[in-house]
Design a protein around this ligand. Structure first.
Ligand code: ADP
Ligand code: MG
Length: 290
């Protein structure tokens, strides 16, 4: 009987220590199984390297994405794949696919999603945010109300600059539900400062139920609203959802309500927020919204 078989192999310990030092944690955790798999399937040296490195890369990538999702603070899981484009034909599926590639992030472009309640604005915002995180970028989701509460508090505590820097950092900042509540004057100024900080540096994705012409009311100041809009729209993709609320359809299907409700929220929206508005010069736009 060979008494040596049960003794630890010193090279095994060295490998474990090196894997730890190099932070190849997946390989470290699965080493024994991988070694026996390799022996059983008679992997070549190249196959061995290819597989262990590939698995380590996948594992690291998976962890990074998982952490990115946590940092992003998405309120729930919504994906582009589960968005029913047939139900909402006013959503340009091709544009959503294009935005899903993350090209807009590379160019610091903004995305504005307009539409009445329940039409999938938040769903698309989260879905696009997830795509961006999956591509390895940082994203952060917040609502306009929560954002302004945080900025207002930071200002009163004398740490506004730090907070603005924090919100300027993610490659994509998603601000959901702009316009559901009008801003106080101070809050509107804080919002302007944030938009200004990110202007031409980091992408913003904003969802709103308000027409562009109502932004003056939202911000309580036409000049400020125009300044904010100019920056948001300057390099932007706009989506206008004009359809029916998905929630109401679900309720109707279950018999809770019977008839279709008319969509009264956004009359003549194309002129104000459609793709053409992107191509208008700043002065034209400014004049139009006054
Ligand atoms: P909004 O932000 O415009 O008010 P949401 O994105 O919150 O609307 O949508 C309301 C609910 O309906 C969510 O649960 C969302 O996932 C779902 N929903 C909306 N539109 C669609 C769609 N076209 N396909 C699948 N689910 C949808
Ligand atoms: Mg919403």
């Amino acid at each position: 009987m060979n008494m040596l078989v049960d003794l630890p192999d010193p090279s095994e310990e060295r490998v474990a220590a090196a894997l730890k030092r190099l932070q190849l944690t997946h390989l470290r955790d699965t080493l024994a199984a991988v070694l026996s798999e390799a022996a059983k399937e008679e992997w070549t040296y190249l196959e061995f390297l290819d597989r262990i490195l590939g698995r380590e890369v996948d594992s690291k990538q998976g962890k990074r994405i998982q952490m990115g999702m946590q940092i992003a603070h998405f309120p729930c899981v919504r994906t582009i794949e589960t968005f029913d484009f047939a139900f909402q034909p006013s959503v340009d599926e091709r544009l959503i696919r294009e935005l899903s590639t993350g090209n807009f992030i590379a160019h610091g472009q903004n995305v504005l999603i307009f539409g009445p309640p329940g039409v999938g604005k938040t769903h698309l915002a989260i879905g696009l945010g997830r795509k961006i995180v999956e591509q390895g970028h940082t994203a952060r989701f917040t609502t306009a109300t929560a954002l302004l509460a945080v900025l207002g508090k930071a200002e009163s505590e004398g740490v506004l600059s730090d907070k603005l820097t924090e919100y300027a950092k993610p490659r994509l900042l998603i601000i959901d539900e702009l316009g559901y509540l009008p801003f106080e004057r101070r809050a509107a100024h804080l919002f302007f400062q944030l938009v200004n900080r990110r202007y031409e540096k980091g992408s913003l994705l904003v969802t709103t139920n308000q027409r562009v012409s109502e932004w003056g009311m939202v911000f309580g100041d036409e000049v400020l609203a125009t300044a904010i809009l100019d920056r948001l729209l300057h390099h932007s993709h706009t989506l206008l959802i004009t359809g029916e609320s998905f929630r109401l359809r679900e309720k109707r299907k279950s018999g809770l309500i019977r008839s279709r409700l008319p969509n009264t929220d956004l009359e003549r929206p194309e002129r104000e927020a459609g793709p053409e508005s992107r191509r208008k010069t700043e002065s034209q736009r400014g004049g139009e919204n006054r």
